[in-house]
Design a protein around this ligand. Structure first.
Ligand SMILES: Cc1cc2nc3c(=O)[nH]c(=O)nc-3n(C[C@H](O)[C@H](O)[C@H](O)COP(=O)(O)OP(=O)(O)OC[C@H]3O[C@@H](n4cnc5c(N)ncnc54)[C@H](O)[C@@H]3O)c2cc1C
Length: 374
């Protein structure tokens, strides 16, 4: 296995690092403070092709691949996890259409998503469940020329600004259905954005489906294949969260190294203290292990392999690493780390979100055990 990045990957990584440093980082604290969705950054990422990296040119993408996607997402998340999450969430419906869509659906949905012309999200969670597909109550029933959807979807990232939502419903027979729903359809409405701990500004809100008529062409895959669509596309969602966690952990390490070199105690920088060195070393080890785990998972996807188990492992490990690393960064920063105007405080809150959204860690453990034992 070649661990070296190609010239193209290095170039993409470098351009993304510049974009993140010059355009994303200066806005990160304000996005967090105001809770406002960063519309301009979202559009800019679309214009740069960051929303279509894994997909071929005939689907609106650049064909750069999943590893390139991870490299870019890492840099953006290092500056602002909320901004990174825009890329990552949008990729979930893209992946679903790419894997299960007809040629027509690829042209209608995937191409504009990948070109950054439309923004897509995922609507699985409901008030009563975010983990159990069997407990989904939103319904789809057949009607003339298509389906009628009704129900309520909770915690839908970017809901107020989405053009398309991948919606999961029960069906009249067994199993789930997956639809691509245009949010401008009559009967679709959005609640107030939630006031969240981290990932602030992502516009997480409730999506209401009140007898929404969708055409037959909105159905992804076969009727009843929704669970398969979910499993396949959410794997990329988990990889995305793992990469976000990596970016946040790297940012926490960067800040801690800088701070430890400047903050003084007992006549010298605190970086000379064994206790601080222990923190920095532990942080570095976790960041490196996470990096290679997520790169490897993306590499496997580039090889055409399924990553259902691998992405669950990557998300479980990376999110815990991010929580631990940002916790250590807080210790390195002392009381200053607990101040709302310090970046490390935002990283600490964002890191916690990675253990929760796109499947809680408990669910990842149960999935991983299931894959090993079955
Ligand atoms: C900022 C944010 C953005 C989000 N974006 C989206 C989005 O775009 N689309 C979307 O559909 N959802 C989204 N969510 C929802 C999120 O993915 C779910 O809330 C999450 O998966 C957990 O579901 P739940 O809250 O219903 O927890 P529950 O399923 O009620 O779980 C509660 C606890 O019970 C335990 N548990 C439950 N089930 C299991 C199991 N099978 N195995 C082991 N333990 C279990 C765990 O300890 C878990 O922590 C978002 C959430 C947030 C906070």
């Amino acid at each position: 296995m070649d661990f070296n990045l190609s010239e193209q990957e290095k170039m993409l990584q470098g351009l993304a690092r510049d974009f993140a440093t010059e355009e994303v980082r200066p806005l990160a604290m304000e996005i967090d403070r105001s809770g406002q969705f960063p519309v301009n950054l979202s559009k800019e990422m679309g214009a740069r092709g960051y929303r279509g990296l894994p997909y071929p040119a005939n689907c609106g993408g650049s064909g750069a691949g999943y590893l390139s996607y991870a490299l870019v997402l890492e840099q953006v998340s290092r500056a602002s996890m909320t901004t990174g999450a825009i890329m990552a969430v949008n990729t979930v419906p893209e992946e679903a259409v790419y894997r299960f869509g007809t040629e027509e659906q690829k042209q209608t949905f995937l191409t504009p998503l990948a070109r950054g012309k439309l923004l897509g999200g995922i609507a699985f969670t409901e008030p009563e469940t975010g983990s159990d597909p069997k407990a989904i109550t939103a319904m789809s029933r057949r009607s003339a020329g298509g389906f009628v959807l009704s129900g309520q979807k909770q915690f839908v990232a970017m809901a107020p600004v989405l053009d398309l939502a991948m919606v999961f419903t029960r069906r009249e027979g067994e199993g789930l259905n997956a639809f691509i729903v245009e949010t401008s359809s009559p009967g679709v409405s959005v609640g107030e954005a939630c006031d969240t701990l981290g990932l602030r500004g992502l516009g997480t809100a409730t999506l209401y489906l009140d007898d929404v008529h969708v055409p037959e062409t909105a159905l992804l895959g076969e009727e009843g294949q929704g669970f398969e669509v979910l499993l396949e596309s959410i794997s990329l969602g988990r990889l995305g969260v793992a990469v976000e966690a990596l970016g946040v952990a790297q940012a926490a390490l960067d800040l801690s190294l800088d701070y430890a070199g400047k903050r003084r105690a007992r006549g010298g920088p605190i970086s000379r203290l064994p206790a601080i060195q222990w923190h920095l070393a532990e942080m570095s080890a976790r960041v490196e292990a996470t990096r290679w785990l997520v790169y490897h998972t993306a590499f496997l996807r580039d090889q055409g392999q399924g990553i259902r188990q691998e992405s669950a492992v990557a998300k479980l490990f990376a999110s815990r690493a991010a929580v631990e690393v940002t916790g250590m960064a807080m210790q390195v920063h002392g009381s200053y780390g607990a101040m709302r105007d310090m970046t490390v405080e935002r990283l600490y809150r964002d890191a916690k979100m990675t253990e929760i959204y796109v499947g809680v860690s408990e669910l990842q453990r149960s999935l991983i055990a299931g894959y090993m034992i079955e």
